[in-house]
Design a protein around this ligand. Structure first.
Ligand code: UDX
Length: 417
C-alpha cells in the first residue's frame, strides 16, 4: 500500500527477490504512469528493477488498497505519516488503508507497518483492521533516498517487531537471499529502533556542525577533526560530513516526533531539543556567512544557489536545508537565483536558472548548498567572469578551496575557511 519511495522500492525489491508483488495507490494518475513503467522519483537503479519485474510479471500496480489485499499473504503499509499539528505523526493514512483492507484480508494474512509510526501503532492498525485472525508486524525501513535500492538489498540489518513468533518467522522468510542479520523483537522495540536510529544520526550531524562552529573560532579544520575522531572505531568515519544543516523527509519529522514521544512519556529529552535547535541555528549561521561575503547586508544583493534538494542524488525538496536558507536570504532582502540538476520547477521564492553558470550571472555570492558531484568539475574561470563579485560559500566543503583562492575567489566553507 503506497507507491512513494518506500513502497515502490520495497515492492520492486521484493519482486526482484522472486515474490509476486501488487503495489496499490489511491492516486489514479500515479498508478497509470507506473503501469507504463514511468518512475515518478529519482532513485538509483529503481527504473531497471521496476521494468524487469513488470516484464517478468512479478510486479503490477492497482488503484485502491482492497484490490491488492484480497489475495495477499503479506500486506506492507508504506503510506505517508506526515507530521501532525502538535509535532506527533499523523496516522490517518495508515488507519484509512487498514480500515479499507480489513474486510477483504485472507485469514492468517500478515499486515506489516513499514511506514515510520509512533510507538504503539501496531495496536492502532490492529484496531483499524477490525480483525483478530490476522497478524500485525512492524518492519521499519532504513532506506536512504538516492540509494534506497541498494540499502534494501544490502541492508545493515532487518528489524522485525512481532507479538507472534510464527508471524515474525514468516516475515523473515521474505528476506531470504538478503545478506543481513535479521533481528526479531517486540513491536514497541522495533518502532523505537527506527526513531532512535534517525535521532541518533541527526544528533551526530548536529554535533559535527556544532564542532564546525568551534573550529571556525579556533582556526581548526573540521574535515581533519572529523577524520581524526572517525579513526576511533567506536565513532566511525561515516556520517561526519559537516553541512548547511540536515533535512529530508525523515530526520526532521522523526527527531521532532521522538522529542514529542519523550514528552508524552514524561521524560524531558532536553538534548534532543538541542539537536533540533543546533540545526535551526545552522541555517541561520549559513545565511550569516553568505551575508558577510556580500559585505554585511543582503539588501538588494543577488545570491546564486547551487543545489536545492535536501542532499545530492535525489530530486526531493522536502525539508531541504537549501530552501530553509534561501527563505532566510530573501527575508534579508536578497534576490536568489537557483540551479539544481534534479529540479525543473522553481520552488517558491527562487528564480531557476537553466544551468550552473547562468545562475551566477551578476551574483554577489555563490552558495553551494547540495553536494552534487558535478559542481566540482565546472569551469570556475567562467563562474568568476559571470559573477559581480567572486565570493563562494561552500556549504558542503565540496570544492577545491586552494584552487578557488588561486583563481581569485573569496572562499568560506563550514568549519574551515
Ligand atoms: C535517512 C536515514 O539515513 C535513513 O536510514 C532513514 O530510513 C530515512 O532518513 P535520507 O533522508 O534519505 O535517509 O537522508 P540521509 O542520507 O540520511 O541524509 C539526511 C540529511 O543529513 C541530509 O540533509 C544530508 O545532506 C545530511 N547529511 C548526511 C550531512 O549533512 N552529513 C552527512 O555526513 C550525512
Amino acid at each position: 500500500m503506497g507507491t512513494g519511495y518506500v513502497g515502490l522500492t520495497t515492492g520492486a525489491c521484493f519482486a526482484s527477490l522472486g515474490h509476486n508483488v501488487i503495489c496499490a495507490d489511491i492516486d489514479e494518475q500515479k498508478v497509470e504512469s507506473l503501469r507504463r513503467g514511468e518512475i515518478p522519483i529519482l532513485e538509483d537503479g529503481l527504473d531497471r528493477l521496476v521494468h524487469e519485474s513488470i516484464t517478468a510479471e512479478r510486479l503490477s500496480f492497482v488503484l485502491g488498497a482492497a484490490t491488492a489485499a484480497e489475495q495477499a499473504e503479506f500486506v506492507y503499509l508504506c503510506v505517508p505519516t506526515p507530521q501532525g499539528e502538535d509535532g506527533s505523526a499523523d496516522l490517518s493514512y495508515i488507519e484509512a488503508a487498514a480500515a479499507e483492507i480489513g474486510p477483504v484480508l485472507q485469514p492468517d494474512a500478515v499486515v506489516i507497518n513499514k511506514s515510520t509510526v509512533p510507538v504503539g501503532s501496531t495496536r492502532v492498525v490492529e484496531r483499524a483492521l477490525g480483525r483478530s485472525d490476522v497478524h500485525v508486524v512492524s518492519n521499519p525501513e532504513f532506506l536512504r533516498e538516492g540509494s534506497a535500492v541498494s540499502d534494501f538489498l544490502k541492508p545493515d540489518r532487518v528489524v522485525i517487531g512481532a507479538d507472534s513468533q510464527a508471524a515474525a518467522i514468516r516475515v523473515a522468510g521474505l528476506y531470504v537471499g538478503i545478506p543481513a542479520p535479521i533481528m526479531v523483537t517486540d513491536p514497541a522495540s522495533a518502532e523505537t529502533i527506527k526513531y532512535a536510529a534517525n535521532a541518533f544520526l541527526a544528533t551526530k550531524l548536529s554535533f559535527v556542525n556544532a564542532v564546525a562552529a568551534i573550529c571556525e573560532a579556533v582556526g581548526a579544520d573540521v574535515n581533519d577533526v572529523m577524520l581524526g575522531i572517525g579513526y576511533d572505531k567506536r565513532i566511525g568515519q561515516e556520517f561526519l560530513q559537516p553541512g548547511p544543516g540536515w533535512g529530508g523527509s525523515c530526520f526532521p519529522k522523526d527527531t521532532r516526533a521522538l522529542a514529542r514521544i519523550a514528552e508524552d512519556a514524561g521524560y524531558d529529552f532536553f538534548f534532543l531539543k538541542g539537536v533540533l535547535d543546533v540545526n535551526e541555528e545552522q541555517f541561520d549561521r549559513v545565511a550569516d556567512k553568505i551575508a558577510r561575503l556580500a559585505g554585511g547586508s543582503l539588501e538588494g544583493k543577488t545570491v546564486a544557489v547551487w543545489g536545492l534538494t535536501f542532499k545530492a542524488r535525489t530530486d526531493d525538496l522536502r525539508e531541504s536545508p537549501s530552501l530553509e536558507i534561501i527563505g532566510r536570504l530573501r527575508e534579508r532582502g536578497a534576490r536568489v537565483i537557483g540551479y539544481d540538476p534534479a529540479v525543473e520547477v522553481a520552488p517558491a521564492g527562487v528564480e531557476l536558472a537553466g544551468d550552473a553558470y547562468a545562475a551566477c550571472d551578476g551574483a554577489d555570492v555563490l552558495a553551494v548548498l547540495t553536494e552534487w558531484d558535478e559542481f566540482k568539475w565546472l569551469d570556475f574561470d567562467k563562474v568568476h567572469e559571470a559573477m559581480a563579485s567572486p565570493c563562494i560559500l561552500d556549504g558542503r566543503n565540496l570544492l577545491d578551496r586552494s584552487a578557488l583562492k588561486r583563481r581569485g575567489f573569496t572562499y568560506d566553507g563550514i568549519g574551515r575557511s
